[in-house]
Design a protein around this ligand. Sequence first.
Ligand SMILES: *[C@@H]1O[C@H](CO)[C@@H](O)[C@H](O)[C@H]1NC(C)=O
Ligand SMILES: *[C@@H]1O[C@H](CO)[C@@H](O)[C@H](O)[C@H]1NC(C)=O
Ligand SMILES: *[C@@H]1O[C@H](CO)[C@@H](O)[C@H](O)[C@H]1NC(C)=O
Length: 247
Amino acid sequence: MGARRVLSLLFLLLLGTPSLASEQNLSCHKGIWMSVEKDPRRTFNWTTEKVETCDSGSSCQESLLMINAGAETAVLGTKGCVTDGTQAVTYVQHSPPPGIITVSYSTYCEESLCNSRENLMELWREEETQGTQEAPSMTPYLHCPTCVALGTCLNSPSLPCPNDTVQCYQGRLQITGGGINSFLEVKGCTSITGCRLMSGIFTVGPMWVEEICPYKSLLQPRKTESGAAWLPVSVWRIELVLLLLLH
Ligand SMILES: *[C@@H]1O[C@H](CO)[C@@H](O)[C@H](O)[C@H]1NC(C)=O
Ligand SMILES: *[C@@H]1O[C@H](CO)[C@@H](O)[C@H](O)[C@H]1NC(C)=O
Ligand SMILES: *[C@@H]1O[C@H](CO)[C@@H](O)[C@H](O)[C@H]1NC(C)=O
């Protein structure tokens, strides 16, 4: 699918008229997920038995933040009702391989139980996440402490970096919203510079990410009012892909 078609489809969804769903109370799957996985495509189970009834005018949402460093991937997810936001599907590659990979995904939808994605098969895409797993040939002189953990890393082995990585990243992400209030520690080789793992996009559906590095960041966080639909134009290397959820 060409980029142009993707963008126009996204545009269509953003302009979607409010559906009849707002006249009766919507039901949404509800839950939060926080884990560190070796193979999230295979092991992450995004199903829940819980359902909540929303106030009128709400949408359902399902949102994920995924960060890979070395052999492990942190996955933070939330599902539930949201009172603001427009129907949209958003996929952002915040930091690309080689090195630490950060990807987020969010859907806002307006039919009962529409936030029903069960796994990461299409979201944690192999072609975008193989970089660090293989580490085919190494930059001989760059080694970085590498880890990703909920809270604080217990150990961070110094690992050789893949070609084309430029620095050792060390940062802490505070994730709040959508029922989540958690810290992530992230260290590893990266191809980005500075404290920009999120590349300036700090909302993931109802989640808000604050990125803190040991040194001062030049970038001021910006918060958007309607979580799902902010499309930055000046941020370096953003991939925004519409994922069609046809079953
Ligand atoms: C995910 O969990 C649900 C409920 O616990 C279970 O029914 C389902 O089979 C699981 N799916 C996978 C792919 O493991
Ligand atoms: C539907 O939402 C309204 C608030 O918008 C609430 O007062 C009402 O109790 C809800 N109905 C159900 C069945 O939950
Ligand atoms: C990685 O860098 C080394 C040394 O500069 C080079 O020999 C090798 O071809 C590079 N590998 C790839 C996959 O680019």
